[in-house]
Write a new protein. Structure first.
Length: 98
């Protein structure tokens, strides 16, 4: 049985490919680290053995957030994450972890 109509994309026009003028979210993962070897099935290797230390490059909406394995924002990311955690714990009425 075939579909009666052609499937259409629900992606906005500013996404969908890596071309100038479009937003780009991209990650590059190093497969040459020992925990990723042998990468005979890349997807399975990433899911089963990958961790944040294997991420070499992160680009979100064209902005490089991590390059050569180093976060570009430095400690600001950790400060924002801590502040976010504190707000959530406070809103839930929970004590902050020691």
């Amino acid at each position: 049985m075939s579909a009666p109509t052609k499937a259409t994309s629900t992606w906005p026009s500013f996404t969908g490919s890596l071309t100038p003028g479009k937003e780009a979210d991209l990650i590059m993962i190093r497969l040459d680290h020992t925990n990723m070897l042998p990468a005979t099935d890349v997807a399975a290797t990433i899911v089963a053995g990958g961790h944040a230390g294997n991420v070499d490059l992160v680009v979100v909406a064209g902005d490089v957030l991590k390059e050569n394995g180093v976060l570009k924002a430095g400690d600001a990311v950790f400060d924002e994450a801590t502040a976010s955690r504190d707000r959530l714990f406070h809103a839930a009425g929970l004590p902050l972890p020691a």
